[in-house]
Write a protein that binds this ligand. Structure first.
Ligand code: UTP
Length: 285
């Protein structure tokens, strides 16, 4: 079984649910405490053993690439003032390990992933949606990589949500369950209310085989008129092993304002340097 060395970060979406914040800055650059969302996703991937980070970007998303570049003027000024550069260490990546491809039009998540097909090549790969922040120890992708070593094939993180929310997500039709792993019999994107096969949704962490790119070649439009990753994955069921993985930890939907604010509170309470002040303020409320 080939190891999972590459990860795709689709970041070409327009972030319309978060306007006006996302008019001139990418959604993935919004900050949780003092780091942009993209940095949490990159760190999660790195800890899980990923060596190549593939951004699928669009117009106006240059800040994402700059964030993982060297900021000479900033560093020179900080050094001249005797300030430590340690705070920037996690934004430095091995030369050549961050690769960008362009999705010229935001035609959907499936299309964004397909844009990375030549860089992914003939290897299994991970997909991480940076606006979904996962908090766990070990982190979500690392837990998945460990499970993948046992079952191979395709593995997607899955979480239970209240049944009245399933119409917003990709949803699993579950088969046999074995501990944290559930066989997938079917997948459906944004099922109309009351029709979902379960309340097990896909929160945005995937380990996929390269054959999914062939399924995406067809450019078939699905829910919302977009080319959906869920539909392409559904075509692989029955041909390759396909499991849902119940990861242990918290998920924060940072693509919506309420989820983002909650994530900021949750993550700040985990930080020794800011937690006391935040806790005092919350207590005063
Ligand atoms: P979302 O649907 O959450 O992001 O896609 P969005 O389209 O930017 O946001 P809204 O719904 O308009 O508010 C999940 C992820 O897939 C990427 C997004 O950037 C986000 O990280 N994406 C989505 C693409 O890269 N390309 C697309 O065509 C669609």
């Amino acid at each position: 079984m080939k190891p999972v060395r590459k990860a795709v970060f689709p970041v070409a979406g327009l972030g319309t649910r978060f306007l006006p914040a996302t008019k001139a800055i990418p959604k993935e650059m919004l900050t949780l405490v003092d780091r942009p969302l993209i940095q949490y996703a990159i760190e999660e991937a790195r800890e899980a053993g990923i060596e190549q980070f593939i951004f699928v970007t669009g117009r106006g998303k240059g800040a994402l690439e700059d964030h993982f570049d060297i900021a000479y003027e900033l560093e020179a000024t900080m050094s001249a003032r005797g300030k430590s550069l340690d705070v920037l260490a996690s934004t430095r990546k091995k030369p050549g390990s961050v690769v960008s491809v362009r999705q010229q039009e935001p035609l959907g998540l499936g299309h964004a992933v397909w844009c990375a097909r030549d860089i992914v090549g003939d290897e299994p790969f991970a997909v991480l949606l940076p606006d979904e922040v996962m908090v766990g120890k070990p982190n979500c992708l690392k837990q998945m990589v460990e499970a993948y070593a046992q079952v191979g094939g395709n593995l997607v993180a899955a979480l239970e949500v209240p049944p009245e929310e399933t119409h917003k997500y990709g949803v699993v039709d579950p088969g046999a369950r074995d501990g944290r792993l559930t066989e997938i019999r079917g997948l459906v994107e944004k099922p109309p209310q009351g029709t979902a096969p379960s309340n097990l949704m896909l929160p945005g962490r995937y380990i996929l085989q390269p054959e999914v790119m062939r399924a995406l070649d067809a450019h078939e439009k699905g829910a919302g008129g977009e080319i959906q990753l869920t539909d392409a994955m559904a075509k692989m069921i029955g041909h390759q092993p396909f499991h849902a993985f119940a990861f242990e930890g918290e998920r924060h939907d940072c693509g919506s304002a309420a989820g983002f604010v909650i994530a900021n509170i949750a993550l700040s309470l985990r930080r020794d340097d800011v937690a006391p002040a935040v806790r005092d303020y919350l207590a005063s409320l």
